[in-house]
Ligand binder design. Structure first.
Ligand SMILES: [Zn+2]
Length: 213
C-alpha cells in the first residue's frame, strides 16, 4: 500500500534538490509525477528552485485554504505514480489530512518535504502537528544542513537587518521581496548562544550557576 511520508530537515538541508532528484528518478522510468507547493511560498513563483539553481514548474500551486479534493486535481493524481509536496509546513491541517486520504484511498505515495520547526524553535504550525500525527513514515533527510560551527543544524534562525530575532510572524519568506530578512540554520548550542541568550530560562540558569559557584 502507498504511504504518506514526511521528510524534514532544517533550512538548506537539500529538500528541494531531493524532490527534483526524486521526480527525475520517476520520470526517467516514464512515471508521471505531481509536484505541489503552497502559493504562500512566493520564492520562484510557480517553480521550485534548489539552491544550486535547478528548477522545475509545479503542477499544483495550492491556494491558502484551497481543497486538494477537486475533480481537476483528482484527474492529475489518477494518472500519476507519486505526489511530491515542497515546503509542506505552509499547508494547513485540512490540506494535510486530504493528502493522507488521497495517499491511502487512491493508493499513491505522497512524499512531503519541509521544516518541522519555525524560527522560534516551535512546531512550525498546525499542519506540521497534523503531519507528525498521521504520516506513515517520518524521516530526517540524510544530507542534513550544517550549522556555521560544523555541527548538524536543528534550528532555522531568523535574522532581520543582520540581527537574530525570535519575534515576529511565523511566515516571512526570504524571496528577495522583503528586505533584510534571512534564515540561518543553527545547531542547538549556537541557537542558544545567538538567539536565546537573553531568554528567561537562560538568565535563570545563569543566575543559579553564579550562585552555586
Ligand atoms: Zn553551531
Amino acid at each position: 500500500m502507498a504511504e504518506m511520508v514526511f521528510k524534514y530537515s532544517a533550512m538548506n538541508g537539500g529538500k528541494t534538490l531531493n524532490i527534483l532528484q526524486t521526480a527525475y528518478n520517476y520520470e526517467e522510468n516514464n512515471f508521471k509525477v505531481i509536484i505541489i507547493k503552497s502559493i504562500k511560498d512566493t520564492k520562484g513563483r510557480n517553480n521550485i528552485i534548489s539552491r544550486n539553481g535547478m528548477k522545475r514548474a509545479v503542477d499544483i500551486l495550492l491556494k491558502d485554504e484551497e481543497s486538494l479534493l477537486k475533480e481537476k486535481y483528482y484527474k492529475k493524481y489518477y494518472t500519476a505514480k507519486v505526489i511530491l509536496v515542497d515546503e509542506v509546513e505552509l499547508l494547513n491541517e485540512k490540506q494535510i489530512r486530504e493528502l493522507w486520504t488521497i495517499s491511502h484511498l487512491i493508493n499513491i505515495p505522497v512524499i512531503c518535504y519541509g521544516l518541522k520547526s519555525n524560527f522560534k524553535g516551535e512546531i512550525f504550525d498546525k499542519g506540521i502537528s497534523q503531519i507528525f500525527a498521521i504520516a506513515d513514515i517520518i524521516e530526517e533527510i540524510g544530507s542534513s544542513s550544517l550549522c556555521r560551527c560544523g555541527k548538524k543544524a536543528i534550528f532555522n534562525a531568523r535574522k532581520v537587518n543582520g540581527k537574530y530575532t525570535d519575534n515576529g510572524p511565523t511566515i516571512m519568506i526570504d524571496d528577495g521581496m522583503v528586505k533584510d530578512i534571512e534564515y540561518v540554520p543553527l545547531c542547538s548550542d549556537c541557537y542558544l548562544k545567538y538567539v536565546k541568550i537573553n531568554s528567561i530560562e537562560v538568565k535563570k540558569l545563569t543566575n543559579l550557576v553564579d550562585k552555586i559557584k
